[in-house]
Design a protein around this ligand. Structure first.
Ligand SMILES: [Zn+2]
Ligand SMILES: [Zn+2]
Length: 348
């Protein structure tokens, strides 16, 4: 009985000699691949074979929705997937790593995914999210053998071939792959976001080219910089508005002090125009010149000010010609007295 046990132990096989291929059945075999990769038997999947099969069924159903002319349809491979595992020898039934990644990869290129990106692929594969925890890393649904950023296996950067690299995981350290999902989302890289959403990129062996990852990080840094610049500009506008408001409040305060001291207590009669000039001068000295500030605006604010409005009277007095002036004086003096005062003021 020692022999079968030994066979099981070696079901994940490095050796892809034709003999091995003959003795084992790859259920997603793609004969036009140059290198099929390791053979993984379903037996090695620790009792999760049926989930694995239904995952392949979901992808098969999506692919078969492609038009018959589409290279992504992969009818030949779809037809190899058994409808059930009943009666199959799970020790010799399985898949080649590269056949598997070829079949399960690039789903974002399917029509069904393009037509309803928010629904089809994500819904069809939604069970995937919970899988990394159920499966050991070796047997979880691995990412295809391609760069998650450029979706290619091989790429050149500055004349050099870039090798595919897996994400690392370190103890007691937040893994670097975790930032890919939120960044892809914020950068609106939807295909990438859908691909990595909710997945453990380390356990599922997501791969990347260093140059593609660097590029992604550069795009992210530029995005951050742009965002910070925009925020700073918005802050500047806010603080400028606040300073301007403070200048207006200060100008109003100067006018109000004058009224309290000289008009209400000192019984002085003053022209609105004069107060407005005082206001405009203060504005200017505060660094926010506005020579066109209208006296009506100042009058409106004074009339609304509960501290002083009850003690003040506003009177419009016609002057020579059709000019009209507004006099402001304490409510404790009469209109006639005020006009006399104003007359004297005018003479001065
Ligand atoms: Zn194969
Ligand atoms: Zn790449």
């Amino acid at each position: 009985m020692g022999k079968p046990a030994k066979k099981r132990k070696h079901s994940v096989n490095e050796d892809v000699s034709p003999k091995r291929i003959c003795s084992s059945t790859c259920i997603v075999h793609s004969s036009n691949l140059l290198n099929y990769g390791k053979f993984v038997s379903l037996d090695a999947c620790r009792g999760e074979q049926s989930e694995k099969l239904s995952y392949l069924h979901r992808i098969r159903d999506m692919r078969l929705k492609e038009p018959s002319s589409s290279p992504y349809r992969m009818t030949g491979i779809c037809d190899q997937i058994p409808s059930t595992l009943d009666g199959l020898d799970l020790a010799t039934t399985g898949y080649h790593q590269n056949c598997y990644t070829c079949f399960t990869g690039k789903l974002s290129r399917l029509q069904v995914s393009k037509a309803e990106p928010s629904l089809s692929v994500r819904d069809s594969l939604s069970n995937l999210k919970s899988l990394p925890s159920q499966f050991g890393a070796r047997c979880s649904f691995l990412f295809p053998n391609e760069c998650i950023f450029c979706e290619k296996t091989e790429t050149k950067y500055k004349g050099k071939f870039q090798e595919l690299t897996k994400f690392q995981s370190w103890k007691h350290k937040e893994p670097a792959w975790k930032v890919v999902e939120p960044r892809a989302q914020e950068l609106k890289k939807d295909a990438l976001y859908r691909k990595v959403q909710g997945k453990d990129l380390f356990a599922m062996e997501a791969k990347y080219h260093q140059s593609c990852r660097n590029l992604f990080n550069t795009v992210w840094r530029n995005h951050l910089r742009g965002k910070q610049r925009a925020e700073k500009a918005a802050d500047n506008i806010d603080s400028l508005e606040a300073q301007k408001m403070a200048a207006h409040n200060k100008s109003y305060g100067v006018v109000k002090d004058y009224i309290l001291t000289n008009v209400i207590r000192g019984k002085e009669v003053v022209q609105l125009r004069y107060l407005c000039k005082m206001y405009i001068e203060t504005l200017e000295s505060e660094g926010f010149p506005n020579p066109k500030y209208r006296s009506e605006k100042l009058a409106k604010r004074l009339k609304k000010d509960k501290d002083i409005s009850r003690d003040l009277t506003f009177s419009k007095v016609p002057q020579h010609g059709c000019i009209e002036i507004t006099l402001i004086y304490s409510s404790s003096i009469t209109v006639d007295e005020a006009v006399v005062c104003a007359y004297k003021l005018g003479k001065k």
